[in-house]
Ligand binder design. Structure first.
Ligand code: C5P
Length: 205
């Protein structure tokens, strides 16, 4: 069984994907971490994120890099969304994701193009959304807890810029697969969103 969970930054897709993995006892891959790992390598090498060859050179890394807390930072996410628009970067990471999806017993993958490109054959596909304002409030609260002084307005501007880049790129843009179920978490608690996600997946499998 393959479950694809796509959606924009801070929509709740990561939390939902982890909860689904636990509920159905499946391994989980946060595919955003792969692009974040590329961004991290590129930044360490002082590469130019807009340069496709620099980004490609940053694509080989061991799985253990994915556990690094440094990958979670805002700047790493921003650079990840620039390098992820390069076709050669996406091509370099595709097999890794497909191998994970097609392992015995199944998997849950979350990202932007899982239901459309990585695993179009997935048994259940969710597209998790929330309004930009809701997502900005969530991200802002997380950042404040971590000691950031960034304003809500500037977090909202970053979220909108990231959405534009991810949905507007030519290759594998973030979009809802035609056979995906939409899950808007704007007015749902985490528990309610997870219960709704399980009900949607149960109805598909
Ligand atoms: O989900 P996360 O914020 O960790 O993803 C970081 C960036 O990686 C996204 O903004 C997006 O540009 C890119 N990404 C992607 N395809 C995926 C997952 C993430 O292009 N499947």
């Amino acid at each position: 069984m393959i479950i694809a969970v796509d959606g924009p930054a801070a929509s709740g897709k990561g939390t939902i994907a982890r909860a689904l993995a636990k509920h159905y006892r499946l391994p989980h891959l946060d595919t955003g971490l792969l692009y974040r790992a590329v961004a991290h390598n590129l930044m360490s090498a002082h590469g130019d994120p807009e340069n496709e060859q620099d980004a490609l050179a940053a694509c080989s890394f061991e799985d253990r890099l994915l556990d690094e807390p440094a990958l979670k930072g805002e700047e790493t996410g921003r650079i990840a969304s620039i390098v992820s628009a390069h076709p050669l970067v996406r091509a370099a990471l595709i097999q890794r994701q497909r191998n994970f999806a097609r392992q015995a017993g199944g998997a849950v993958l979350d990202g932007r193009d899982i239901g459309t490109v990585i695993a179009p054959e997935a048994d259940a596909k969710l597209f998790v959304t929330a309004t930009p304002q809701t997502r900005a409030r969530r991200r802002h609260a997380e950042m404040q807890k971590a000691g950031s002084l960034k304003s809500l307005d500037s977090v909202l501007a970053d979220i909108r810029a990231r959405d534009r880049r991810d949905a507007g790129r030519e290759i594998a843009p973030m979009q809802t697969a035609p056979d995906a179920d939409l899950l808007d978490t704007s007015y749902l608690s985490i528990d309610a969103a997870v219960q709704r996600a399980i009900a949607l997946v149960d109805a598909r499998i």
